[in-house]
Design a protein around this ligand. Structure first.
Ligand code: GTP
Ligand code: MG
Length: 281
């Protein structure tokens, strides 16, 4: 990049880097292009921007075609409290991790590109169901592969990205491909043999789970997942849409209670594993 680029160019580039959809990327690239003065010294830069514009344009076209054909059966129904996607280069241990933490039985083998379609598993975290998906290995220029855009669509639609890696060197390639697809990596990197994988995933999801109970009875199973810092109102509205209107008070046992059976209102913040008795009017 030339050192004497304008303020306008820098701004457009910043926007470009943080843009999360292909059409937005194209718009920013066009702004960048108009902000570059036209002379011999900027020819390479201008050509590079033009190349990127045409690349994103073809990706937009491909996404359109894919969505018209129903994503060629690639739209996967969401299930559970969150969707976790396992990505990585080939042989990085994605299927091994999927098998270790879910009920799925994917093929695991030493040869490259064993997994040829998304593999879906269910992770049971203390009764909370999480959907875990492995997509076929990330390669260089993933978006230019036939199903690349569709697979990246599944990644974009997930709550947590887990990069599975045996060697830290692969992580940069994966991050670069995410970046090209306009996906910001805010997830975690795990080794397939990590015995704490489930806990690390749960922690990164920023969820907590709580139990409900009826007066005089034991806690209900399964528990209910809530976002961290949720209060009794969030729980009540999840249990039943009428519960907020009919709510009288709640009693709480656990870390979020000062003492067992503390009487609280809708604004009371709940903590992991709290047991909550909702009393209605
Ligand atoms: N040394 C080592 N081997 C591993 C690790 N994870 C998996 N393997 C082995 O590496 C091979 C590939 O593992 P998979 O789990 O199938 O890898 P994958 O990422 O799903 O691979 P593809 O689906 O082919 O892209 C198998 O022989 C595994 O036993 C790891 O963390 N360390
Ligand atoms: Mg695999």
């Amino acid at each position: 990049m030339p050192t004497n680029v304008t303020y306008e160019y820098e701004n457009a580039e910043k926007e470009y880097l943080s843009a999360s959809s292909f059409p937005d990327k194209i718009k920013c690239l066009q702004k960048m292009l108009t902000a570059v003065p036209k002379h011999k010294g900027t020819e390479n830069l201008r050509n590079d921007i033009k190349r990127r514009i045409s690349k994103y344009k073809s990706l937009v076209e491909r996404e359109k075609k894919l969505s018209k054909s129903g994503g060629r059966g690639l739209s996967i129904k969401k299930d559970g409290a969150a969707r976790i996607i396992l990505i990585g280069i080939t042989n990085s241990g994605k299927s091994t991790l999927l098998k270790n933490i879910t009920n799925a039985k994917p093929e695991i083998a030493e040869y490259d590109f064993t997994t040829k379609k998304p593999e879906i598993g269910t992770l049971d975290y203390d009764g909370i169901i999480l959907q875990v998906i492995e997509i076929p290995a990330i390669t260089k220029n993933y978006l230019e592969k036939e199903k690349g855009p569709a697979y990246m669509g599944i990644v974009r639609d997930s709550d947590l990205i887990v990069i599975v890696s045996r060697d830290k060197k692969d992580v940069d390639l994966v991050k670069k491909e995410l970046d090209d697809a306009g996906i910001k990596f805010n997830g975690i990197v795990l080794n397939s043999e990590d015995v704490k994988a489930k806990e690390k995933i749960w922690k990164k999801l920023r969820l907590v789970y709580v139990y409900t109970k009826s007066p005089g009875k034991d806690k209900d199973y399964p528990p209910i997942a809530l976002r961290k810092k949720s209060n009794v109102r969030d729980l009540a509205s999840k249990v039943h849409r009428d519960f907020i209107k009919k709510f009288d008070y709640a009693r709480v046992w656990g870390n979020g209670a000062k003492f067992d059976g503390q009487r609280v209102g809708l604004g009371h913040i709940l903590k992991e594993k709290d047991i909550v008795e909702l009393h209605l009017k």
